[in-house]
Design a protein around this ligand. Structure first.
Ligand code: SF4
Length: 750
């Protein structure tokens, strides 16, 4: 493995993931599950959801476009309000400035509201080094301070800690009369303990969810009451915020208020929305004189210091790929929605400060690519997070670009002899051998078919599997694809052409690399079904979509594939043929990533004329094709086939993101099958991800949820059907019964 300097080795990464699966995974999963359920519910209830998302994105884009101007504007408004503004160039500059404020005040104690930006700049360490007594007052941050641990979630920092663990921590750490147990006891203790610190603090430090440049108003959106206490109880308030928190006006706030609660935790709205225009007018309470009036009305001499942190953000703004990261409102939905994050949490799926899907962008921007490289591969590009993100950030694309940059920064002295000849790509030498091998799967598949069945026999030799594991990180427990000697295209070319009696459509059936070389039967079934529905089918010679190299961060190679596919299919599309795609991840390429991989508008014809196979069949049925042309349960029974009448169906993550899951279910039900659908969003295989030795345990842990669903009494005897190649591979590993593509169930020619 070609590792980045100071990066974990494959073996170390495997051990770390295994450890976190065992120690933190269950709690993370239990905690994010209701967040996700709540988000789905709230998003479905919100009639104006897409308008809010579009408006929020527009405001963020505008704010980042105008950032230098907004910084100057907020400098003026905050100064007019009586505060000060400091633009910190980097973390050290920010730390130094805040420490100087504390020293100039002669402060002894600092209380803090939750702020990931202060985590990023490691403010606590600096303040403590200056002999200040620093207390986190957000409950989760307080727990982590006592535990001396790092946050594991961008919005819920102690998401990996169960109530039992927190109770054990408090009982061991504090000198208590009675052990604490219940959530009420724990929170009540923390509230009293921290209230004492807040009332004796000299400085309150906060972050800010948003800062309105026109008024200098800070918006704090929280679920605990600690932040507002921290800011108004001491006479000095320091707000530390990334420059991207600026929005042009206070009137821009409503879309964010409407989105952040539903997106983050499925709430209608967060418990507290506090708007301050500091320094606030209220007098400072004197808690040391309990017999005096509660407020010393004469002492309202407050000070406010806004510390805007650059720390790489202005450079991110100039970076085409990282710029969108600055639109992030840090709700945590991308982490919650991610199947891998759900199993291991942010201590594996995160860098120095940030965790979850968008963390790659943040880490690459503020700490550098090395920090992002540590966990970037945990993003499998399923794109569910894009649907979850309230500002529609294309998180997988950011992750892909950073992965590509990490690849290009790899040690070019590494020797790729093992994969020589299998890597006709456009990438530099030195790239991780595992990535290079998986990114060139098409070449491997061609060789596999040409030499089958020998290639399959060789692949079973344990010595070779050990070598593959050692050198290229291919997990030896995972069954390798079985290459077919006769490819799908060869079968199609060799057979007697079938002329539909009454052609209704003409279609190109896209021969993806897996269908062409491995799952040839599903290609044959697809041809038979389409022809039974009076479609004139062709199967041309087209390169693979580029999904494999793209998933490895090999963008130049993926672009080259995209250009090849475009060139091969453009004439057919020009002639009015539809493009029918079996593999959902390829369709996602055609309708999504090709926009970034092809020049200008070249992607549009393919995006507009390509269809997922069952979506296409559904369309044919809707337009008059006879359902009786498909193989239904009665035909199965008559033929005593091995496919039952009851089906357990698992969709594909990208198929869901494209909104196409329902077509498959509808077609199967129209054909007479009884269908139960898994509500598991990811099978855990995710293309090559499940083949990689360091991620194998995680892949199986994600898949285990699906295994449980398909081995329950209601589903254990049903025929297993799945749309994606990866899903089929994973289901074959998870279950003792075989799985099939839905088109094979409907195949009239079986
Ligand atoms: S990228 Fe989107 S989903 Fe993720 S934390 Fe930021 S705003 Fe939330």
């Amino acid at each position: 493995m070609t590792d980045q300097p100071n990066q974990l080795t494959r073996r170390e990464k495997t051990a770390k993931i295994r450890h976190l699966l065992e120690t933190e995974g269950e709690t993370v999963h239990e905690t994010v599950t209701p967040f996700n359920e709540g988000r789905y519910r709230r998003y479905a209830e919100m009639d104006d959801l897409e308008e809010y998302r579009a408006e929020a994105r527009r405001i963020q884009k505008d704010a980042i476009d105008r950032l230098p101007e907004l910084i100057e504007q907020v400098r003026d408004t905050v100064t007019e309000n009586g505060g000060s503004v400091y633009l910190a160039e980097d973390a050290a500059d920010a730390r130094r400035h805040v420490t100087e404020i504390a020293e100039s005040k002669g402060a002894e104690r600092v209380v803090k509201a939750k702020s990931m930006t202060t985590e990023e700049i490691e403010l606590n360490d600096a303040l403590e080094a200056a002999d200040l007594d620093v207390w986190e007052t957000d409950l989760a941050e307080f727990v982590l301070q006592i535990a001396e641990e790092e946050p594991s979630h961008i919005a819920s920092p102690a998401i990996h800690k169960s109530r039992e663990e927190i109770a054990a921590l408090f009982n061991a750490h504090f000198d208590l009369d009675e052990p604490l147990q219940t959530p009420e006891e724990l929170t009540s203790f923390a509230r009293e303990y921290l209230l004492d610190r807040i009332t004796t603090a000299d400085i309150g430090v906060s972050g800010a969810n948003f800062i309105a440049a026109d008024t200098g108003t800070l918006a704090l959106i929280t679920n605990e009451g600690n932040a507002r206490k921290c800011l108004v109880t001491p006479d000095t308030h320091v707000a530390v915020a990334g420059v991207e928190k600026l929005i042009p006006t206070i009137a821009d706030l409503p879309p964010f208020l409407n989105l952040i609660g539903p997106a983050g935790a499925g709430q209608d709205i967060t418990a507290y929305v506090s708007l301050f225009r500091p320094p606030v007018d209220s007098p400072v309470a004197d808690f040391s004189e309990p017999n005096e009036p509660a407020f010393d009305v004469g002492n309202s001499d407050r000070s406010f210091h806004l510390v805007l942190v650059d720390n790489g953000r202005m450079a991110m703004r100039e970076d085409e790929a990282l710029r969108e990261t600055l639109y992030c409102i840090r709700c945590g939905a991308c982490a919650n929605s991610c199947a891998n994050f759900q199993q291991v949490g942010g201590h594996a799926f995160g860098g120095e400060t940030y965790s979850g899907g968008i963390a790659t962008g943040w880490e690459a921007g503020v700490h550098g690519e090395e920090s992002a490289a540590e966990f970037n591969d945990l993003c499998t590009g399923c794109s569910r997070c894009v649907d979850a993100c309230p500002v529609n950030i294309d998180i997988p694309w950011i992750n892909t670009v950073v992965r590509d940059r990490i690849n290009h920064g790899a040690d070019t002295s590494a020797f790729d002899h093992l994969v020589d000849g299998l890597t006709p790509d456009d990438e530099p030498t030195g790239i991780d051998r595992s990535k290079r091998l998986f990114g060139n799967f098409e070449t491997l598949a061609k060789w596999g078919s040409r030499t089958a069945p020998l290639s399959n026999t060789i692949a079973d030799v344990s010595v070779l599997r050990s070598a593959l594991d050692r050198v290229a990180g291919v997990e030896r427990e995972r069954e390798l694809p079985r290459f077919q000697r006769e490819t799908f295209r060869a079968w199609f070319e060799a057979r007697d052409a079938v002329e539909p009696s009454d052609t209704v459509r003409e279609a190109v059936l896209y021969p993806d690399v897996y269908t062409n070389h491995v799952q040839v039967d599903r290609g044959k079934a697809a041809v038979r079904v389409l022809e039974a529905l009076d479609v004139d089918v062709t199967v041309p010679d087209v390169p693979s979509s580029g999904r494999a190299p793209l998933s490895q961060g090999m963008i130049d190679t993926a672009s080259s594939h995209a250009r090849g596919v475009h060139a091969a299919l453009a004439p057919d599309i020009g002639d009015g043929r539809d493009v029918v795609v079996i593999e959902p991840s390829d369709l996602a390429m055609f309708q999504g990533e090709y926009e970034r991989l092809l020049p200008g508008d070249a992607h549009e014809p393919l995006a507009e004329n390509s269809y997922e196979l069952l979506e296409y069949v559904f369309g044919l049925l809707e337009n008059g094709a006879e359902t009786s042309a498909l193989c239904g349960p009665d035909d199965r029974i008559a033929a005593r086939g091995d496919i039952g009448t009851e089906i357990a169906y698992h969709s594909h993550c990208q198929q869901r993101t494209l909104g196409l899951e329902g077509h498959t279910v509808a077609v199967l039900e129209r054909a007479g099958y009884d269908v139960v659908t898994s509500d598991v969003e990811c099978c855990g295989m995710a293309g090559s991800f499940g083949y990689k030795s360091e991620y194998y345990d995680l892949s199986m842990a994600v898949g285990d949820v699906l295994r449980e669903q398909f081995t329950e009494p209601e589903t254990e005897d049903r025929t297993v059907v799945a749309s994606g190649t990866s899903c089929l591979d994973q289901l074959d590993s998870l279950l003792e019964r075989p799985s099939r593509h839905p088109i094979q169930v409907l195949d009239p020619g079986r």
